[in-house]
Design a protein around this ligand. Structure first.
Ligand code: NAI
Length: 250
């Protein structure tokens, strides 16, 4: 059955790959993003629709969710992929404004979207939500805003799974490793990230592809995962395994 799938951050990267995966399965995708030009273009390519959305603004979130629910149909699946990456920084030199903006988009944005959609799904007794966490959910990296937001998203996923599970709503997360998206590519191009260094940290020796994150996320939102809720699934080319395995003191 064709589902309505709302994808925040759907104009680019992991969100776009997820939207493409659902569209391939015959679902009706609604991309929502700040980037209207890319969002409109990609929605047209996927045979879906586009909404302007700022996930940090409660009014914007409520307006978009209400307009879809009232005018298009029930949101069966919500994907929270709007997010900001961060370059390595030390706390004392890291601008508080940037810290707060990363929290606003990554955590508050995911929270506001879940807050708007989960009760509506619960009222219908069905729905699936996918949050995009990170390997940062599990391990401290030198990203003093980004890392805690992703730990918090992992925690939020479990909290909401507990709250909404009895009402038929499943809420899971994926935890991508270093993934070659436009956001990552621009950091490689500017010299802020070293692709060989990132590749060498995973046991498979390469970066994750956005479509690999999409495949896992699609599974978690499908009936094939009907008994799975509250998990944060690494899709990391074995980064988590390698960082432990390779630090064994001989
Ligand atoms: P991206 O920059 O390619 O895509 C992010 C999208 O979010 C963009 O289209 C952007 O316009 C949109 N966006 C930003 N702020 C927004 C706002 N306030 N409201 C609505 N839309 C907004 O980035 P990428 O790499 O695809 O990241 C997507 C998610 O995946 C993020 O949550 C990121 O933290 C997460 N992630 C990415 C990894 C990577 O290595 N690229 C690894 C682990 C997690």
């Amino acid at each position: 059955m064709s589902r309505h799938v709302l994808v925040t951050g759907g104009a680019s990267g992991i969100g776009l790959a997820l939207a493409r995966r659902f569209a391939q399965a015959g679902d009706r995708v609604i991309l929502a993003d700040l980037n209207d030009t890319a969002g409109e273009t990609m929605a047209a390519e996927l045979g879906g629709s586009y909404r302007h959305l700022d996930v940090t603004e409660e009014a914007s979130v409520e307006a978009v969710v209400a307009a879809i629910e009232d005018g298009v149909g029930p949101i069966d699946v919500l994907i929270n992929s709007a997010g900001l990456l961060q370059n390595a920084a030390q706390t004392e030199n890291f601008p508080l404004e940037e810290h707060d903006r990363i929290w606003a988009v990554n955590y508050r944005g995911s929270y506001l979207m879940c807050r708007a959609c989960a009760p509506r799904m619960a009222a219908r007794g069905a729905g699936a939500i996918l949050n995009i966490a990170s390997i940062n959910s599990f391990t401290p990296l030198p990203l003093p805003a980004y890392t805690p937001t992703k730990a918090a998203i992992g925690s939020l996923t479990g909290v909401l799974a507990g709250e909404f599970g009895p009402k038929g709503v499943r809420i899971n997360a994926v935890a991508p490793g270093f993934t070659l998206t436009p956001a990552m590519q621009s950091r490689i191009d500017s010299g802020d990230r070293d692709p060989a260094g990132m590749e060498g940290l995973s046991t498979l020796g390469r970066l994750v592809k956005p479509e690999e994150v999409a495949a896992a996320g699609f599974f978690l939102c499908s009936d094939a995962a009907s008994a799975i809720t509250g998990v944060n699934l690494p899709v990391d080319c074995g980064y988590m395994a390698a960082i432990s395995y390779n630090t064994y003191p001989s």
